[in-house]
Each structure stands twice: as structure tokens, then as C-alpha cells.
Design a protein around this ligand. Structure first.
Ligand SMILES: Nc1ncnc2c1ncn2[C@@H]1O[C@H](COP(=O)(O)OP(=O)(O)OP(=O)(O)O)[C@@H](O)[C@H]1O
Ligand SMILES: [Mg+2]
Length: 439
């Protein structure tokens, strides 16, 4: 797992000031990085997950305000504090409007400055996930889940995350870990669906040489590798009943043995599990242990499918666009209104993963700065279903024109009009009634 990103980025053309601020923060156990080059700051922000930017307002070439504008477009959750020796009131107001949290005049009141930074970092629920970038959450329902997750993250309580495939269960699990006191320790994933039962047990608990035919040497299991950290049981619903019983024991007694050994080892891991299956239904069927479920489900987080959290669709799209544009070195793309409309109304059976893949493909093939509907893969090309009532009224309108046209041609003769329309007299009467046409 990658090392923790520093929490703070400092940008000031006076490199000496950067150095001393960074030293002061270090003394307060706040890791930071600095640069005297605003353009470098932008590329750093693109590639790392900082939580706070401290920026000078006046720098040669590229002002702090311009920097602020650019970074807010990249990541509007990144908090910003501005500093300056000689800023006009207008500039300060402008910085605040752009979302800067505060403004410090040089020489900086260090005690107040450090205190504010600590407060900001403490209050922030915006997580850092080293592996795959940030977690994007905008929809109200997801905010609630996130609130629960961060509250849960602070405790050692087990968490179960459920949701359809691609909704971000693993991403959420990593976020829980990153926000816990275990974050400096490993986050280890075990995929319970990928391994046959005996192998799964040996993966989990480890084995001694000779425990089974293929055990040529001693081997640590995931419980030992994850010591002090978080063990993420992916697809826990696929674990067989035997292994479930063994897992329950570790949860209850915090102890386990390697296969083929009697030595009891203690397990200090946080349990986070995920599944796309319905565990309660599995309990009914007898394929999942109820006692294990109770132990694991102290905190249950159900991640809704993307179609049920529409307010996440555009922010996630923007995030993936900036991710892939920078990865493939393309200028930043915009989605046309039509594409946004299609995205908002698509059912996203593959959820966030589908959106991420679609955006990656679109970025690779994009030819202009705006993504048009024609550039989307074919499954997004189908006509959007028109809302039922507009559809009905459109249909009525066409009908009305045809009926009136036929009646006109037939000089009001209904039998003839019906013939023109290739319908029976009876159907024509019904249509006249429905369309409120009186003759
Ligand atoms: N809120 C989010 N912000 C940013 N990226 C996300 C978010 N949710 C999911 N992703 C990304 O979408 C992809 C799918 O997410 P993830 O693998 O966590 O889903 P999952 O629910 O575990 O899927 P499965 O059930 O298929 O294992 C990943 O690349 C992940 O990084
Ligand atoms: Mg997963």
C-alpha cells in the first residue's frame, strides 16, 4: 500500500517561507509538501490527495487567485487558506468568494494559523485513499452513508457493506480504513469468492510446513499480514459454512491458529466485509450463519445503486474526466448537455464502475473538447424514453392532424375519411371522441 499522502500543500514564491511553515507544521505532526511554482502545485494536486492548500496570493506569473480557480475546478472539496504580504481588500474578497476559508497577512500569526489548520484537518470528513484517488460523494443519501462510515471508522466495530456490483463497496471499505486509527497499518483484502475453501482457510490463517500436501514451507496468513490494520472480506456471502465458523471464532476470541499448528496467535484486525448478496435471505436458507452476521453487522452500510443517487452522476463524471484527461495527457473535456441528460437518465447496471469505464473510453477516443452523444458507446445511443404524458400528448397531436387532414380531404364525409385513414368508421368515431373533435 502506498505511503500516506501529506495532508497539506504550501505554495509560495518565497521558498524560505515554505520551508519554515512546513517545519512548523511538522512540529505539530502535520505532514506537508511545498513548492514555489504554482503550475507545479496544479499538477501535484492532480496527482495527490491533499486536504488543505496554503497559497500565497501574489506570485509572479500565476496569481493565487488563478491557482484557486484552477484547483477548485479540479477538486472543489480541497480546502484553501490564502496568505499574503500585500493584498487588496478586493483580492481577499475574491479569494473568499472562490471558496478560500481564510486569509492570513504576513507576518503570519503562527499560533492562530496552526490552530486553524488543526481544526480544519480534524473536522474534515473528506478522506484520502491512496490507491485509487478520492471518494466522490455529493448525493444526500450517500452523504448520510458517508457520515455513518466516518463515525464507524473512528471505532473498531466491524462493518458490513452491501450494494450492487460496481457501487463502490471496496472503495468505501478503503475509505473506512483510511479514516481509522489503523490507517498507517495495512489494509488487506481477501476475496472469499475467488478461492476454494481449503485455500481460503490457508490464505486467512496461514499454515505450517506439511499441514497439507502443497504446504512446502511455513506461511503467514492474512490475519498476520494485516496485524494492526484492517482485513477486508470481499464477497463474504460466498464463504462456506465451515470457514464461517472459524471466522466467527476469531471475531469472538480474537485468536486463531495456523493450519497444522496448535500455537494460538492473537488477531488484532478490524473486520470490514462486503457482499452483493442478500445475507438475510441467505440466513433464512441456512447458507449464512446468523451468529456471524450479528457479529459482523454492528454497522451496516448499504450503498445505493447509481441510478438511485443521481446527484453523484455528474460529480463522478467530472472526477473521472479529470483523472483520465491527466492520465492520457488530454485537455480537459466537457460533457455536452445532451450527454449529461443521457447520463442522468441511464440505468447504470454496472454502477460507478460502468461510468468510470465509459468515461475512460470516451477520453481516449475524444476528438474535441466537448463530448457529444455520437461519441458514446452504442448502449447509450438509444432514444431516451419520452415521459409518458408528453409522449401521449405528442401522439394525440399527430393523430389529430391526421384525422383533421383526412376529414378535410373527404369534405367532412366520415366514411370516406375512415377509408383514407385505413381505419373503420367505428375507430374514427372513437378517435373523434378522444380528441374532442366535434363536427
Ligand atoms: N464514490 C466514488 N468516488 C470515486 N471512485 C469511485 C467511487 N465509488 C466507486 N468508485 C470507483 O468505481 C470502481 C468500482 O468500485 P468498487 O470496486 O469499490 O465497487 P464494488 O462495489 O466493490 O464492486 P463489486 O461488487 O463488483 O466488487 C472502482 O474503480 C472505484 O475506485
Ligand atoms: Mg468489490
Amino acid at each position: 500500500m502506498a505511503a500516506m499522502n501529506p495532508a497539506v500543500l504550501i505554495v509560495d514564491d518565497e521558498i524560505k517561507l515554505c520551508e519554515s511553515l512546513s517545519q512548523i507544521l511538522k512540529a505539530h505532526k502535520i505532514p506537508s509538501e511545498y513548492t514555489d511554482n504554482p503550475s507545479e502545485a496544479v499538477s501535484l494536486i492532480k496527482n495527490k490527495s491533499y486536504r488543505l492548500l496554503i497559497s500565497d496570493i501574489k506570485m509572479p506569473g500565476f496569481s493565487g487567485i488563478e491557482l484557486l480557480e484552477q484547483i477548485k475546478a479540479l477538486d472543489n472539496k480541497l480546502q484553501v487558506i490564502m496568505i499574503s504580504g500585500y493584498a487588496s481588500v478586493d483580492t481577499v474578497v475574491e479569494a473568499m468568494k472562490l471558496g478560500a476559508l481564510n486569509f492570513y497577512e504576513k507576518p503570519i500569526d503562527i499560533a492562530r494559523f496552526v490552530e486553524e489548520i488543526k481544526q480544519i484537518l480534524m473536522k474534515q470528513s473528506h478522506p484520502i485513499i491512496p490507491k485509487d484517488g478520492k471518494i466522490i460523494i455529493n448525493d444526500r443519501v450517500m452523504m448520510e452513508r458517508w457520515q455513518m462510515a466516518t463515525t464507524a471508522a473512528a471505532t473498531d466495530a466491524p462493518v458490513i457493506i452491501t450494494g450492487e456490483s460496481g457501487t463502490g463497496k471496496e472503495h468505501f471499505a478503503a475509505a473506512v480504513h483510511e479514516n481509522s486509527r489503523r490507517k498507517e497499518k495495512p489494509f488487506i483484502k481477501i476475496n472469499c469468492a475467488a478461492l476454494p475453501d481449503t485455500l481460503l482457510e490457508s490464505e486467512l490463517f496461514g499454515h505450517e510446513k506439511g499441514a497439507f500436501t502443497d504446504a512446502k514451507s511455513d506461511r503467514k496468513g492474512k490475519f498476520e499480514v494485516a496485524e494492526g490494520g484492517t482485513l477486508f472480506f470481499d464477497e463474504i456471502g460466498d464463504m462456506n459454512l465451515n470457514t464461517q465458523a472459524k471466522l466467527l471464532r476469531v471475531l469472538q476470541e480474537k485468536e486463531f491458529e495456523r493450519l497444522g499448528s496448535n500455537k494460538v496467535r492473537s488477531a488484532d484486525v478490524r473486520f470490514v466485509a462486503a457482499t452483493h448478496r442478500n445475507l438475510e435471505a441467505m440466513i433464512e436458507e441456512g447458507t449464512f450463519r446468523q451468529d456471524l452476521y450479528y457479529r459482523l453487522s454492528v454497522i451496516c452500510l448499504d450503498i445505493p445503486p447509481l441510478r438511485e443517487r443521481k446527484d453523484d452522476i455528474i460529480p463522478l463524471s467530472d472526477f473521472f474526466i479529470s483523472l483520465y484527461c491527466s492520465r492520457y495527457e488530454k485537455p480537459v473535456l466537457r460533457l455536452s448537455d445532451e450527454v449529461k441528460h443521457i447520463f442522468m437518465n441511464h440505468s447504470w447496471p454496472g454502477n460507478v464502475r460502468e461510468l468510470k469505464n465509459t468515461i475512460e473510453r470516451t477520453v481516449i477516443f475524444s476528438k474535441s473538447s466537448e463530448v457529444k452523444r455520437e461519441e458514446l458507446p452504442s448502449q447509450y445511443q438509444v432514444m431516451m424514453p419520452v415521459e409518458q404524458d408528453t409522449f401521449t400528448s405528442l401522439h394525440d397531436k399527430v393523430d389529430r392532424e391526421m384525422v383533421l387532414g383526412a376529414l378535410d380531404k373527404a369534405h367532412g364525409n366520415k366514411s370516406q375519411a375512415a377509408e383514407y385513414l385505413n381505419i373503420s368508421r367505428k375507430t374514427l368515431y372513437a378517435k373523434l371522441k378522444k380528441l374532442n373533435i366535434e363536427l
